[in-house]
Write a protein that binds this ligand. Structure first.
Ligand SMILES: Cc1ncc(COP(=O)(O)O)c(C=O)c1O
Length: 403
């Protein structure tokens, strides 16, 4: 790739192709012609449940203690915060100590640090199909070679996984998975599949990266414990983004002891340390608060999930499948075989509703297109219901036009 700067032609690194466009640029564009668009595309928490007041009080305390904390500091993260994170890990069945853990600038940074440590250009990475767009932004930059493993209602299909992982030509270095309340499908990896995935990864010497931003946001029974609770070689990523707010950029990573020193140096090379005032703010805001707050989040988001699924069940044509979702922020629909949700997106825009087409959640060149992701986290119930109704009409119009 090359760009023009002041009449000079600069030849950029081959990885710069990964930065030529953002997958998010178009996310909310298509609904522009409508006077009152509803975007069911935004996968962020609701502003209504972001604990702003607690963060403000926490920030006052953090600044009160700022003397001496404004120098460069702890690369692994503020120790009392790491101690609090141990509670979050225990809630997911993970028993580790503070030394197994580093605080990151969101789990996004965790994905980047692992890729930095593990991937040479052309190395094989197995991702779920569909998968989290932001993870592909990272793997693209490290010039990974993607192998896509389909997801069904029970999560990653482990039979396909075995075929991909067993082929030495694929040079698989790591499996990136979101086993619990998957983004974008909401699927939950079945217990038996969790065991098989770990058994295969161990047999073929492949690193498993478990991304778990939604594991604590469940509706009804708690989900299966994290993969990391079953196998201590798994790298586990967590975050405050969905249970506090994404703008604070605080997450965490659990890694095997032999990798921690390398990850710390990799992080040091990126940002030296996380923001020391913000990590203290999050610590003070979280103390004696988070457990109860998360209980409230569950019923808050459950209401929104119910509203979306009920409205869609009533409004979507019979041959549209709505995947069952028991936690997280997303619902996934599949239109009949041969459908193209990019085309549906244009019709939906006329009806005043936006969503993310399934193809966006696949690596370039391996796209499947009859699915779509709907987020129920960020809008109030009445908007969700109105958006789902509009989408149902748009689906009917698209399907009758394409028959
Ligand atoms: C699966 C997944 N991983 C990582 C992230 C990024 O989280 P963070 O804000 O902690 O970087 C998201 C955000 O949507 C996500 O859905």
């Amino acid at each position: 790739m090359s760009v023009d700067i002041r009449f000079e032609r600069l030849v950029l690194a081959s990885r710069a192709n990964a930065f030529a466009s953002s997958p998010w640029t178009d996310a909310e564009l298509v609904s522009e012609p409508h006077p009152d668009p509803i975007y069911l595309s935004h996968g962020a928490p609701s502003a209504e449940v972001e604990p702003v007041e607690r963060l403000r009080v926490g920030a006052d305390r953090a600044w009160g203690e700022a003397g001496g904390n404004l120098d460069y500091g702890e690369i692994a993260g503020y120790l009392p915060l790491r101690e609090i994170i141990l509670d979050r890990l225990q809630a997911r069945g993970i028993q580790v100590g503070v030394d197994d853990l580093l605080v990151t600038s969101g789990s996004q940074q965790g994905i980047d640090l692992i890729a930095k440590l593990m991937l040479d250009p052309g190395d094989g990475v197995i991702v779920e199909g569909p998968t989290y767009i932001g993870a592909m932004q990272v793997f693209d930059a490290y010039e990974a070679n993607y192998f896509v493993c389909p997801v069904d209602a029970d999560g990653l299909c482990v039979d396909t996984l075995e075929r991909l992982i067993a082929d030495p030509e694929n040079r698989i270095k790591l499996i990136y998975t979101i086993p619990t309340f998957h983004n974008p499908t909401g699927a939950n990896l079945a217990s038996s599949r969790r065991n098989r995935l770990l058994e295969m990864a161990s047999r073929y010497g492949v690193l498993v990266v478990e991304d778990d931003p939604y594991g604590e946001i469940y509706f009804g029974n708690p989900p299966s414990p994290a993969l990391r609770s079953l196998d201590e070689t798994v790298i586990y990523l967590g975050t405050f983004s969905k249970i506090i707010a994404p703008g604070i950029r605080v997450g965490w990573m659990v890694a095997p002891p032999s990798l921690i020193p390398l990850l710390l140096l990799a992080k040091e090379g990126v940002d030296i340390n996380c923001n020391r005032i913000m990590t203290r703010t999050v610590y003070h805001a979280s103390c004696d608060f988070l457990d109860e707050h998360i209980v409230e989040l569950r019923s808050f988001y459950e209401q929104r999930r119910n509203a979306m699924v009920q409205a869609l069940t009533q409004s979507a044509p019979q041959d549209v499948t709505i995947m069952s979702v028991t936690g997280g922020f997303f619902a996934w629909c599949d239109l009949p075989e041969g459908s193209d949700t990019e085309k549906l997106r244009k019709i939906a825009a006329r009806h005043g509703v936006g969503f993310l087409p399934g193809a966006w959640f696949y690596p370039e060149g391996q796209r499947a297109s009859r699915g779509l992701r709907l987020s129920f986290s960020s809008l109030p119930v009445d908007r969700i219901v109105e958006g789902a109704n509009r989408l149902g009409h748009a689906m009917s119009e698209y399907l009758s036009e394409s028959r």
